[in-house]
Design a protein around this ligand. Structure first.
Ligand code: SF4
Ligand code: SF4
Length: 111
């Protein structure tokens, strides 16, 4: 199994998660992060750290689409291990529905 970053991270991107991961398996897009499913060791440490509650274990049902998105972008985006400032409007986007259409395929800056 692996942990998966899901929709509510989009445009929130608080990045609290990246600092706790023991194997540094987060990758950064312009407005979203993903977990590399082959690198995640399923420790679960990141899940409670996410203020947006966007990180889920893939044992939850209905996450197949987000698992695919994590796997796809983890091979394209740069690695990130250090938290930076989250977007100024992150709080405004937390909990907003239907953010998937806003997911940018562009890479973030990484570490
Ligand atoms: S802490 Fe949550 S919202 Fe922030 S970047 Fe990580 S997964 Fe996204
Ligand atoms: S579950 Fe553990 S290994 Fe997987 S992304 Fe979270 S902190 Fe990293």
């Amino acid at each position: 199994m692996t942990y998966v970053v899901t929709e509510n991270c989009i445009k929130c991107k608080y990045m609290d998660c990246v600092e706790v991961c023991p194997v540094d398996c987060f990758y950064e897009g312009e407005n979203f992060l993903v977990i590399h499913p082959d690198e995640c060791i399923d420790c679960g440490v990141c899940e409670p750290e996410c203020p947006a509650e966007a990180i889920k274990p893939d044992t939850e049902t209905g996450l197949e689409k987000w698992l695919g998105i994590n796997a796809d972008f983890a091979s394209k985006w740069p690695n990130i291990t250090q938290k930076r400032e989250s977007p100024a409007d992150a709080k405004d986007w937390d909990g907003k529905p239907d953010k998937e259409a806003l997911l940018s395929p562009e890479p973030g800056q990484g570490d």
